[in-house]
Write a protein that binds this ligand. Structure first.
Ligand SMILES: [Zn+2]
Length: 396
């Protein structure tokens, strides 16, 4: 508890590079003691990220395991939320729930196994990212090491915030964005709808967005227009989050720009829906044209058969410890996360971290009473995966 308190009291907002590394080095010392080969992976200076902690033990018994956490929080040094405040069995503070509590689960489960002599000859890689809350760009550099680790592992467990003792995460939706640009003819408003003026860019943009709303809805899919600018002088800045616009009620607008988000449960869903969106965008109102472009963010972690098997194994562990069975958490209720970057390479389970609430909010807290049970379950799950698990359908 004291160790957790220490880590929470060190500010490690993603952009506080020194703080992130300081927290990382505390975990590094613990993993060194357990016999892990540890190293700090630096990111190139221009990426403005602290880097990652990477730790590994080598062996050839059971399945090869990848354990995932992160060092950073959303609370930067200028946030009013800075310190650990404990009241009975609850402690509030930055990262208590997301996810310094989860990192503790990893460290203490491994400590227990080490003391019981059960890490011998196992292959376990621990990676704690310094930039989960705002991943360094390009992703090809900031997520290179975790992808390489995944490619030589069989199962990944991630210790993001728990969603109750009876749930774990077999799927997380991916995130991506889209950008719509609509052009029309600028003319006197009194001439709108006539042959040469047509509908104008705002009507056409409205048609497209409305048709998205009517035609695209399906399970686990969301598509949200986040910002719209329409008129005769439209300037969107390079971040896509700010801009200026001017227009007049007596002028038919010539330009409308919309930027939005698209969340999906599988690559199949993402690609299929993008095709539908493109088709809607081509059915232009008179004298308008429109173009939509897409950019990828975080891939989806799909609810695969393999992930369900890991969940079933976890549920059995929980039952054996008298803690009840564990079900799959609704992926519609969970955002994208780091495990999604590796989900295509191996079987995955997430949401194994600390119980609590208020992640990313000033009220963020951890429920200390459940921590021991969460750690116990994790230790036994790691033991079973790295001992009993036979390698299936994956070449070593
Ligand atoms: Zn997190």
């Amino acid at each position: 508890m004291k160790f957790l308190e220490n880590t929470v009291n060190i500010n490690s907002g993603t952009h506080n590079l020194e703080g992130v590394k300081k927290v990382g080095l505390l975990y590094k010392a613990e993993l060194d003691k357990l016999g892990f080969a540890t190293r700090w992976i630096e990111m190139p200076k221009e990426m403005k990220r602290a880097g990652h902690l990477y730790a590994e033990i080598k062996g050839n018994v059971g399945k090869r395991l990848l354990l995932i956490g992160h060092l950073d929080t959303v609370f930067e040094p200028d946030s009013p939320v800075q310190t650990w405040i404990r009241k009975d069995t609850v402690a509030a503070g930055p990262g208590t729930n997301d996810m310094k509590g989860g990192n503790m689960v990893v460290i203490y489960a491994l400590k227990a196994l080490k003391e019981a002599g059960l890490l011998k000859d196992r292959q376990v890689i621990v990676i704690l990212h310094g930039d989960e809350e705002s991943s360094g760009k390009p992703i090809s550099i900031s997520r290179k090491d975790i992808i390489e680790a995944a490619q030589r592992s069989d199962v990944a467990l991630c210790f993001e915030t728990g969603t109750g003792m009876d749930y774990a995460t077999v799927a997380r939706r991916g995130s991506s964005s889209w950008s719509l640009t609509v052009k029309g003819n600028q003319a006197h408003s009194g001439g709108i709808f006539n042959k040469s003026t047509g509908a104008g860019s705002i009507y056409e943009a409205s048609r497209i967005i409305h048709q998205f709303y009517i035609e695209l809805q399906e399970q686990y899919l969301t598509f949200s227009p986040g910002i719209i600018l329409g008129g005769t002088q439209v300037i969107m800045d390079s971040t896509g989050t700010e801009g200026t616009v001017s227009g007049k009620t007596n002028i038919v607008p010539n330009t409308t720009v919309v930027k939005g988000d698209l969340r999906f449960i599988s690559e199949e869903q993402k690609n299929r829906v993008r095709e539908k969106m493109k088709l809607i965008v081509t059915q232009n109102l008179p004298q308008t044209e429109a173009e939509i472009t897409f950019s990828d963010g975080i891939p989806a972690m799909s609810p695969t058969e393999g992930n369900m098997q890991v969940l079933n194994q976890f549920s059995k562990v929980s039952e054996d410890l008298g803690l009840g069975s564990v079900k799959a958490f609704d992926p519609g209720l969970r955002g994208a996360g780091d495990i999604s970057f590796v989900a295509q390479y191996l079987d995955c389970l997430d949401g194994l971290g600390a119980m609590g609430g208020g992640a990313h909010a000033p009220s963020e807290f951890i429920n200390l009473k459940t921590l021991r049970d969460v750690e116990k379950r994790t230790a036994v799950l790691i033991h079973r995966i790295t001992t009993l698990g036979k390698i299936q359908n994956k070449a070593r």
